[in-house]
Design a protein. Structure first.
Length: 274
């Protein structure tokens, strides 16, 4: 998906139509469209021919993009969980694992990267009504596997604003919620985690459109991606004007929320009340 969006920007910058791009690699216009949306695999030769058509002669840039194409064709560890995941979610897991910075706002529940096992089980069980116990366990296992990235050697910066609603809405029993609040206090002390809480007392704020996540990548020529999850699908936005809107909303949320230290105090207060 990242490679496809990059190829689209290169094509548009040269004023080349999808039809012309398709002709250059012996493919249809619709094939180029699917490539740019990240919905088909990439042949190394096709990527090289498109880069030539788009006037990319710098060897370092060509090598970087061809390497990205090869990586895109390798199935990630999460594909073994595809039987219990909605069709749009494996893409997000792949992007999350490639990101060097993750910025997010959550209002419904605690972000998946910060959930305890018991809390995750309660969330998944409620969201997968009618699913077998084994499928629920596999979905929870995937969530816990994702969390390893947050404490790995190449851990990303994780900036999260949690709406107070996500902390007060119970998933599981009282002990599950207490454990979850304690976990948030502890994980917020990690150097790569910046956790803030948007309190009810602030009133209306810039997160009025709902939860969203912004993913940024170490390669400077790859655009940020905004992830918006819906009931039956998800949106991946990478156009600069869209990303800018969400960046502005999150920046405002961060400015309006108490800082990390004050947010920990708020979490401790909620823990005492639970």
């Amino acid at each position: 998906m990242l490679l496809g969006s990059h190829l689209r920007r290169l094509r548009e910058a040269r004023g080349i139509t999808r039809e012309a791009a398709g002709y250059s690699i012996r493919a249809s216009e619709s094939k180029i469209s699917r490539m740019e949306l990240g919905r088909v695999s990439f042949k190394t030769r096709d990527v090289e021919d498109l880069l030539t058509l788009y006037g990319i002669t710098d060897e370092a840039e060509r090598t970087s993009l061809v390497s990205l194409a090869k990586e895109a064709n390798v199935a990630g560890w999460w594909h073994s969980y595809s039987d219990v995941l909605p069709s749009w979610f494996p893409t997000y897991v792949g992007l999350e694992g490639a990101a060097h910075q993750i910025r997010s706002y959550e209002v419904q529940f605690v972000h998946g990267l910060l959930q305890t096992e018991a809390y995750a089980h309660a969330v998944v069980a409620r969201g997968m009504k009618g699913a077998s116990a084994a499928d629920v366990e596999r979905r929870v296992a995937l969530r816990l596997e994702r969390q390893k990235y947050l404490v790995s050697e190449k851990a990303p910066e994780f900036h999260i604003v949690l709406d107070e609603a996500a902390l007060r809405r119970p998933y599981g029993d009282r002990e599950v919620m207490r454990e979850q609040l304690q976990h948030l206090i502890e994980v917020s002390e990690r150097p790569n985690v910046r956790l803030q809480v948007m309190p009810f007392s602030f009133g209306g704020h810039s997160g009025e459109s709902g939860s969203f996540t912004i993913l940024s990548f170490p390669e400077s020529d790859l655009s940020d991606v905004v992830y918006l999850e819906q009931l039956t699908s998800a949106l991946y936005l990478d156009k600069r004007e869209d990303v800018t809107q969400y960046e502005s909303a999150l920046k405002q949320l961060q400015q309006d929320s108490p800082g990390p230290s004050e947010s920990r105090d708020l979490l401790r207060g909620l823990l005492q009340l639970s």
